[in-house]
Design a protein around this ligand. Structure first.
Ligand SMILES: [Zn+2]
Length: 897
């Protein structure tokens, strides 16, 4: 028994004699043909083969083809389907969901949406109305496929699910279509899928190359997982920076589906995963949600057992980080799930034990769990609707505990405060804006501050997003400590800290009693910019805000001569902190005062920055404009290291932050081309996180880069890029990595013999097997707070408290005063955690260690970010120091222009 596709392929391949089948062993149960057994089909419904010319699972369907097929279904059965575009990718591809239901269900889709939205706020309804909605509404099931573009088989599973829901006659379809409204999102990441498919088409021959090292199964950098800007879209449900996810979050809130399934693939050697998920659970899940996950899992298990498919549950994939497609829906009261299938990563792939996994195997399994999920929702429709309403009611009533309100005072960076507020609104969180000045819980609340009640239907989402830590279960933590003591890895899948206030560096305070007049904030109507006055001398822009960053980027792009003051100034009685931008009329002779005033107004409006006219350059205290610490800030030309060995997330996310959050273009340059003379055209080179830069650059490339910096370049390095710069044999940064403090010392290892010991007990044995001179334990992703030094321009406008997402074990000793500056360094142990759980010895060792450093190299500057400041483009708080490095750095080198 062999796969339908593979058999076809083998027959044709054998005929041409080129293919010696290596597939002597078969997978657990190889799929003969994709589809549900023992059902008949309505012939009026077009099959995949009739529209696209091949059987399901036989080829990898492109996004365009998937839409073609769904449109064919829609035109054959318009009264039972609806296809809706909900977003566009960066590369212009539409993202769609495809609704299927009975004629009666489809006739009332808008009524169903309104019903679910009403049920989402049950406190506003009478008990009778709640009951009638629960009686009346179908179970809305959301099946979202292919969020990772190279996890391919799910898209075809979605098409088969649509076909069967429309055409199949017999069990279980006759029943499940009566009780459900099913939405199929065939490709959540069309740009990534097409990247995969382009590569696959280019490398495919006449038969599948099943080897793990076959070109068609090994994608080049950056692979198809991510979207255009190389984001993992299954992590973006919290920061909401990408259009694909922003569209999904908005659509979710139209329907409030009872279940949202995010369907993936994993390594070829594994089998299949469905819930229940692994520990730890986010503490804001309720018992009913865990029970529902179990019900979905059991029903999928029933079908998998019947079909003889292998699977596992309750391992690897946890439910802790709230920014996944399977966790975010839970905080709105739904059930979110991840399914994972062993990937063929092509049409067929070979396991280490010789078994073959085909694309059709993946399509069939994902199709079975899709149907199994619809069936579970259908069978339990009433109970699950009741659970949903109850989750939201109990949150609204504050049964989760926690403070009543969170205050977001309009202080510090107003642009960051407004962005946080607008982001919460996008998540479906109700928030209010104060319409008078006041104070609460000892916090001054200027007019325009925000209030977020935890007593709302999404109250648990409020808590997990705004609180510093979402505690893991005690027994889970104890088990992790036990494992770590034995030198074993902690069992955690993703980051442990995500507090939005820490990410944005915005102060948020819990408070139980607030009485300040406020009105509902809908995310729009953020305060208008203040029109700058005209001037005969110039304008000042206070530094340190997102808005001022956008202003500088736009002014530099527009060719304006901008200066930056590295010291404090007092002008016309107002104190301007370090970093203030200065635009002088005299420096911009090609434009007259009126024209410049218009430009200032325009830049203030588009950036939201405060632009202050000044009619004097006389500083009553501190530096004047002509001082040597007021630096010219020429528009830099920025190269960003691209391709191997960079980490694609870091490269892509860095490009996104500079281009899309600040409007400044960067030029990606493949690392292999660094030795070229062309490098001299750039003022700034960014080395994002990455692997072995030294090997990728080669000796010639390393020398070229050093020569470029030495002549006045600004090299900005991040995590792995910094590790490269700090290597002894590279020597661009005088940094040293630390070993674990108080770790087991290095022993004497001369000759073949060591001194004998007597290990008296188990503890002595455990300590004997610990490695010598170990590195610190790896941190899975915790937000650590920093302090700034005021000794360098690199920290201008940066306040104490900026958090970085620390992953890994790269603790460096601080730079000494003769080596350079520790522009930002981590906080004292008692104050270092800004989000997530840190092991005690990590806390002790990371305190006061460098976070952002700067050292001279020849006439140039090397800057190092210990942790990637562009992590998921979510760390807005770290952007000011990044912009200092990239946009202001070149003004501080001795480079001749
Ligand atoms: Zn995935």
């Amino acid at each position: 028994m062999r796969g339908h596709i593979l058999r076809k392929v083998l027959i044709s391949a054998l005929l041409t004699c080129f293919y010696i089948p290596s597939a002597a062993v078969r997978a657990d149960t190889v799929v003969e043909s994709v589809g549900w057994p023992d059902v008949s089909f309505d012939q009026a419904v077009p099959t995949l083969e009739s529209v696209l010319g091949y059987a399901p699972g036989e080829r990898i369907t492109s996004v365009d083809q998937a839409h073609t097929y769904l449109r064919a279904l829609a035109s054959a059965l318009p009264e039972r389907t609806r296809m809706v575009e909900y977003a566009r990718s960066w590369e212009g591809r539409p993202l769609v969901y495809f609704l299927v239901g009975t004629e009666e269900t489809m006739a009332r889709v808008d009524e169903i949406k309104a019903g679910m939205q009403a049920l989402a706020d049950p406190a506003e309804l009478t008990d009778g109305r709640v009951e009638s909605l629960i009686n009346d509404l179908p179970a809305v099931v959301w099946l979202a496929y292919g969020v990772h573009g190279n996890e391919i088989s799910s898209t075809d599973a979605g098409l088969q699910t649509a076909y069967h829901m429309l055409a199949a006659k017999g069990a279980p379809f006759d029943t499940i279509r009566e009780n459900t409204l099913v939405a199929i999102d065939p490709s959540q990441n069309p740009d990534g899928r097409e990247r995969f498919l382009n590569h696959f088409r280019e490398t495919y021959g006449i038969a599948p190359s099943t080897s793990a090292i076959a070109a068609e199964r090994r994608e080049p950098w950056p692979a198809g997982r991510t979207n255009h800007y190389l984001f993992d879209l299954n992590r973006d449900w919290l920061p909401l920076t990408q259009p694909e996810v922003i569209g999904r979050v908005a659509t979710f809130q139209e329907f409030f589906p009872l279940v949202h399934v995010d369907i993936h693939e994993m390594g070829t050697d594994s089998s299949y995963f469905f819930p229940p998920p692994a520990q730890p659970f986010n503490p804001h899940y309720v018992d009913e949600q865990e029970q529902m996950l179990d019900a979905y899992g059991r029903n999928n298990a029933k079908w998998f057992d019947r079909f003889g498919f292998e699977y596992f549950t309750q391992a690897v994939y946890d439910a802790y980080y709230p920014g996944y497609g399977d966790s975010w829906p839970a905080f709105h009261g739904s059930v979110g799930m991840t399914f994972e299938m062993a990937s063929a990563r092509g049409l067929a792939g070979e396991r280490r034990n010789g078994e073959i996994v085909t694309y059709a195997d993946g399509v069939q399994r994902h199709f079975v769990t899709s149907v199994g999920t619809i069936e579970t929702a259908s069978t339990n429709r009433e109970a699950f609707l009741r659970n949903f309403a109850e989750y939201r009611r109990s949150a609204d009533a504050g049964e989760h505990g926690g403070p009543r309100e969170y205050l977001i005072p309009l202080v510090g960076d107003a642009s960051a405060v407004h962005k946080l507020a607008a982001n919460l609104v996008r998540h479906g969180i109700e928030i209010r804006r104060t319409i008078e000045a006041g104070s609460a819980c000892d916090s001054a609340m200027p007019e325009g501050s925000y209030l977020v009640s935890s007593r709302q239907p999404a109250g648990r989402m409020v808590r997990t997003f705004l609180e510093q830590e979402s505690p893991m279960a005690e027994d889970f933590l104890a088990e992790q400590e036990r494992r770590r003591a034995l030198g074993l890895r902690a069992e955690l899948y993703d980051i442990l800290g995500w507090s939005l206030p820490s990410l944005y560096n915005v102060a948020v305070q819990p408070c139980d009693r607030v009485s300040i007049d406020a009105e509902v904030f809908d995310g729009s109507g953020v305060p208008a910019y203040a029109e700058p006055a005209s001037s005969q001398v110039g304008w000042l822009v206070p530094w340190g805000t997102q808005a001022a960053g956008r202003f500088l980027a736009a002014a530099q792009r527009a060719g304006l001569k901008v200066q930056g003051a590295d010291e404090v100034m007092t002008i016309s009685g107002r104190r301007y902190e370090r970093g203030t931008l200065v635009v002088r009329i005299a420096d911009n002779p090609q434009r007259d005062a009126g024209e410049l005033h218009m430009m200032m107004s325009h830049l203030a409006e588009m950036s939201g920055a405060e632009v202050v006219a000044t009619n004097t350059s006389y500083s009553e205290e501190g530096v004047s404009f002509g001082s040597s610490s007021v630096m010219s800030l020429p528009a830099p030309r920025i190269a960003l290291a691209w391709d191997d060995p960079t980490t694609s997330y870091s490269a892509g996310n860095t490009r996104f932050v500079l281009e899309r959050q600040y409007g400044y273009p960067v030029e990606p340059v493949r690392v292999e081309h660094f030795p070229a003379d062309e490098l001299d055209r750039f003022d700034v080179v960014i080395l994002p996180d990455g692997g072995d830069y030294a090997s990728a650059l080669g000796e010639r490339g390393v020398d070229r880069l050093k020569e470029w910096v030495g002549r006045g370049g600004v090299l900005v390095t991040m995590s792995g890029g910094m590790r490269f710069a700090a290597q002894d044999n590279v020597g661009l940064l005088p940094m040293d990595l630390e070993r674990l403090a108080d770790g087991k010392p290095e022993g004497e290892h001369e000759g073949d013999l060591v001194d004998g010991t007597q290990l008296k007990d188990q503890d002595a044995y455990q300590s004997a097997i610990l490695p010598e001179a170990p590195r610190p334990d790896s941190i899975p992703g915790v937000l650590l707070r920093t302090r700034t030094t005021t000794d360098t321009w690199l920290s201008a406008g940066v306040n104490d408290g900026v958090a970085f997402m620390v992953e890994g074990r790269d603790v460096y000793r601080p730079l000494t005063l003769d080596e350079g500056w520790n522009a930002l360094y981590f906080e004292a142990p008692e104050n270092i955690e800004a989000g997530g759980h840190l092991w005690a010895e990590n806390r002790a060792q990371w305190a006061f260690k460098p976070a952002v450093v700067q050292a001279s190299y020849g006439d140039g500057i090397v800057i190092g970010f210990v942790a990637d400041p562009t992590f998921r483009a979510a760390l807005d708080g770290a952007n000011v120091v990044l912009l200092n490095a990239v946009l202001r750095g070149p003004g501080h080198t001795a480079r001749l222009r």
